[in-house]
Design a binder for this molecule. Structure first.
Ligand code: FRU
Length: 541
């Protein structure tokens, strides 16, 4: 039996939509069931799975991994050839001017953020065809200045037996001239959609075209469920570490570590983080780095208790101060990275001049109902990380100044002032009891209030077009006043508080003409730098 004869029985290459290899079987999902040579004695079963027809064969040893990779490559080519119409950006008044947004469909986590061979590469999780979470691709952008991004051919599509239900998140490694992408391959088997997880590698010589090498971690380690994903590779003490977010069989979130000498062969070490106790049912998207001589581990714990009654979502993001006992990381106290509505799955990269810069998803796993036309979610602004009093602080990268058009020095009062744009970089200090109102229009405003009774900063998007039912977020502050730097970009705000010690990141949808601002509780002096559009953030032509 040859693979090509099985493809023939499935109605030919054009009729193969997905390949799966559960246990000793080979499964081909077909586009058009009528094209199947159903009389063939090689067919073990024909099943309807989630409304799709899947053809099962018994896999014999003559079908090796090389042949399967060859089949995946052909499916990838077909997937890429279908993508062109979905790379045309839909017109939408809520589009950001300079943040990265998908031309169509759904964006989630940033992936593979790296400086390699003189260029920055940034990928993101993308489902091009609809605004839903399905079979994820890696969209690919490059930049020389971290502001203007060039659309590149989609780097990875869900084409192979190990990732045909999603090329999930991961990081990149610049290894001499090779750009290596480590990611999680996600497949779902049968009507029960049993999850199969592998950690995979794809490499590129030119940084544009990637060759999948398949799973480098083909099996689950002991003690975890199939929820183990999002590889981050770091180098420490002469060895490579692969960090993975994991769920134990007792349904606790933990950090799994594999070790390697050559990046291709990986040995499971163990699960770390027991010292954190009960920190939710799953950890996603780990990152780990040294900054100013101290180590930090970023993680997205799901299902931890909230710090405020105004925040009821299960998805959080934060970091543990990390120390090492020989080869073992010890995770210290947890601190949140963001207190706004929409922030998840960040990852960091080192810039050419040695800055540690973070990119995050400005969205959350459960939220897809937004008023944007044919696309959902965007990435955050890039933020430089620094350490102050042992804490991680975030601050917009200085390159954002390239976008400044004009500077307005305004004194805000209760009377709304027109600034004529929703894309700006604003600096202000609020005394306790004062509020700032942005995106003010006939029926809309975003309120940022320094509430004096609770000494907390409250972001309130009740009077906006956002459809999510929770409308307020708060963060307690111990400072004498509240220093704000706010980046706004049509349908988002990122408030950097007290020099970036605290950040609140949120999507804020308001009508296009809601371009005024005002204050409450007294006059507030603001400096507003209006920002122009960045180039080529969506497509190259
Ligand atoms: C985080 C996440 C990752 C996963 C990816 C799938 O948002 O759930 O854990 O790899 O999204 O798109």
């Amino acid at each position: 039996m040859s693979l090509s004869s099985l493809v023939q029985i499935a109605g030919g290459m054009k009729n193969v939509a997905r390949v799966l290899v559960p246990e000793q079987r080979l499964v081909l999902e077909v586009v058009e069931p009528a094209l199947i040579e159903s009389s063939s004695s090689l067919i073990a079963s024909i099943d309807l799975v989630q409304g799709q027809t899947q053809l099962s064969f018994v896999r014999d040893e003559t079908i090796d991994d090389e042949q399967l990779l060859g089949l995946g490559k052909q499916i990838a080519e077909m997937q890429i050839s279908k993508l062109a119409p979905f790379t045309a950006p839909t017109p939408c008044e809520h589009r950001p001017q300079w943040h990265i947004s998908p031309p169509q469909g759904l964006l989630n986590d940033p992936n593979g953020f790296i400086f390699h061979n003189g260029q920055y590469h940034l990928f993101y999780q993308w489902y091009p065809y609809q605004c839903v979470h399905k079979d994820k691709h890696w969209a690919h952008l490059t930049s020389s200045d971290l502001i203007n991004w060039q659309w590149q051919p989609v780097a990875l599509t869900p084409s192979d037996w190990f990732d045909s239900h999603g090329v999930f998140s991961g990081h990149a490694l610049s290894n001499n001239d090779e750009l290596m992408l480590f990611y999680t391959g996600n497949t779902r088997i049968g009507e029960e959609r049993e999850r199969q997880t592998t950690q995979c590698l794809a490499t590129s010589k030119d940084g544009i075209e990637f060759k999948k090498l398949g799973p480098v971690v083909p099996e689950l380690p002991p003690g975890v469920t199939a929820h183990i994903r999002d590889p981050k590779i770091i180098r420490r003490n002469g060895e490579w570490l692969m960090l993975l977010g994991a769920q134990t069989t007792e349904l606790k979130g933990r950090l799994a570590i594999y070790r390697s000498q050559d990046l291709h062969h990986w040995q499971f070490d163990k699960l770390y983080g027991d010292e954190t106790g009960d920190m939710g049912y799953m950890w996603e998207c780990p990152d780990m780095f040294e900054l100013n001589g101290e180590w930090f581990s970023i993680i997205g714990p799901q299902g931890i208790e909230s710090f405020s009654s105004m925040n009821t979502i299960p998805h959080h993001n934060g970091y543990f101060k990390t120390t090492w006992q020989d080869r073992a990381p010890q995770l210290g106290e947890f601190a949140h990275l963001d207190y706004g509505f929409d922030f998840y799955a960040p990852q960091t990269a080192l810039t050419a001049d040695g800055r540690r810069v973070l990119s995050g998803w400005m969205g959350l796993p459960d939220e897809i109902d937004q008023p944007s036309n044919g696309w959902v979610h965007q990435l955050t602004a890039l933020r430089e990380l620094s350490v102050r009093n042992g804490k991680l602080c975030q601050w917009p990268i200085e390159e954002i100044d390239q976008l400044v058009e004009q500077q307005l020095n305004l004194s805000l009062s209760a009377q709304p002032l027109e600034v004529g744009t929703k894309s700006f970089d604003l600096t202000a200090t609020l005394e306790w009891g004062q509020s700032l109102k942005l995106f003010v229009g006939a029926d809309s405003e975003l309120t940022i209030e320094a509430r004096s009774d609770t000494r907390s900063l409250v972001m309130d998007r009740t009077k906006t077009l956002n459809r999510a039912v929770d409308t307020q977020r708060e963060v307690p502050l111990a400072s004498d006043n509240v220093q704000l730097r706010i980046l706004a970009d049509n349908s988002s705000v990122e408030a950097f508080v007290n020099g970036g010690e605290v950040v609140m990141t949120s999507r804020v949808f308001t009508p296009a003409n809601a371009t005024a601002m005002c204050s409450e509780g007294g006059d507030v002096k603001v400096m507003v730098k209006t920002l122009k559009a960045a180039q080529a953030r969506l497509i190259s032509s």
